[in-house]
Design a protein around this ligand. Structure first.
Ligand code: 5GP
Ligand code: MN
Length: 329
């Protein structure tokens, strides 16, 4: 967990700011959106004028969250921000290009995250590598800012925690995580809306995409994978920005000890979603390929075409399976 001192330093940094820029990662998930919007509301409660930004649109699943409509796709210096906050991301590239190198040294950079692969790239880093969600770092931070976590803020943090734990099902789900969820509900977080909107409800085209991905599913000795070509996206009208959660889908295959989806992008790259069951640690493989993530859920982008990406990555995962358990932390 992060230290009290770090929490207070971060709270002081936010209190000093008049107009902080909060950045969520590309292909935004519930944790990056929920944690960002919770912080936005806390800052507004303190009379600040935060800006929230993400290079990609906010998926339908998270548009019910208060403030989701305030996201912007672009920002520049003329927006008058005086602090940059990177939320739920392990390196600067995960701002998706929103952060410009020329900002370094001009605006303080605060990082709030929970990835073991975090590069501590901020001027101040609030990183809890074993926390199940960034939301669980955000909760004590908001409290340290002197704002009460309740109602809309609680709904944002609740959604973030429920999505990053796939409904309290991941191995990162501890008793403390369950207690946090109870706390958010006690304080007015809207549990049933969060569960339906963010976890269960899928757009029709995502269901159709799952059909395609399941049809293309392959398995071999504990390794399960699928490929999703651009041609199939065209057919269903799916954009590259959409997170189809193919990794989460195929990780449910009983035989899978390691699962990976290869999602072909229109720029020729291939987005990988890696999932594993303990003791296999896929974060190391993702990091070696220029990405990052958690032991049991990680991702990265590699060069295409699809077949080349598959031929390059499967041997790395076969080796991981052969080696068995990786080093414990
Ligand atoms: P997903 O497979 O659902 O896209 O991502 C699984 C986990 O890996 C998430 O925690 C996500 O933040 C992280 N992740 C996914 N893609 C990348 C990437 O390209 N770079 C980094 N650093 N992390 C990633
Ligand atoms: Mn997260």
């Amino acid at each position: 967990m992060v230290t009290r001192e770090a929490l207070h330093q971060a709270a002081a940094m936010l209190r000093r700011s008049r107009r902080p820029l909060l950045i969520s990662h590309p292909r935004p998930d519930g944790d990056t959106v929920g944690s960002t919007l919770a912080l936005r509301l806390a800052l507004i409660a303190l009379g600040k004028e935060p800006i929230v930004a993400c290079v990609h649109p906010i998926p339908e699943s998270f548009r019910f969250l208060p403030g989701a409509e305030s996201y912007r796709r672009e920002v520049d210096e003329s927006d008058g921000f005086d602090l940059v906050v990177a939320i739920d991301m392990s390196d600067l590239r995960r701002t998706g290009g929103l952060y410009r190198e020329s900002w370094r040294g001009r605006y303080p950079l605060l990082v709030i995250d929970h990835h073991e692969t975090n590069l501590n790239f901020g001027d101040l880093n609030l990183v809890a590598p074993h926390a199940a969600a960034t939301a669980l770092v955000m909760e004590p931070l908001i409290t340290a800012m002197g704002v009460t976590v309740r109602d809309a803020i609680a709904t944002c943090l609740l959604t973030a925690t429920l999505t990053d734990t796939r409904g309290l099902r991941t191995h990162s789900t501890t008793l403390e995580v369950m207690e946090a969820v109870c706390r958010f509900v006690e304080r007015g977080g809207d549990y049933h809306t969060a569960v339906w909107e963010a976890l269960d409800a899928k757009p029709m085209r995502q269901m159709k995409a799952w059909g395609v991905a399941l049809d293309r599913l392959r398995a071999e000795d504990g390794l399960v994978w699928t490929t999703y070509p651009v041609a199939e996206k065209e057919r269903l009208g799916i954009s590259d920005e959409e997170d189809l959660d193919l990794g989460g889908l195929i990780s449910q295959v009983r035989e899978a000890r390691i699962a990976v989806s290869f999602n072909e992008m229109r720029d020729g790259t291939v987005k990988l979603s890696l999932r594993s069951r303990p003791p296999y640690n896929v974060a190391t493989v993702a990091a070696a390929l220029g990405g990052g993530g958690h032991r049991q859920a990680a991702g990265c982008s590699v060069e295409g075409p699809l077949e080349a990406a598959v031929a390059r990555v499967l041997p790395l995962l076969r080796r991981l399976l052969d080696e068995g358990a990786t080093e414990a932390v």
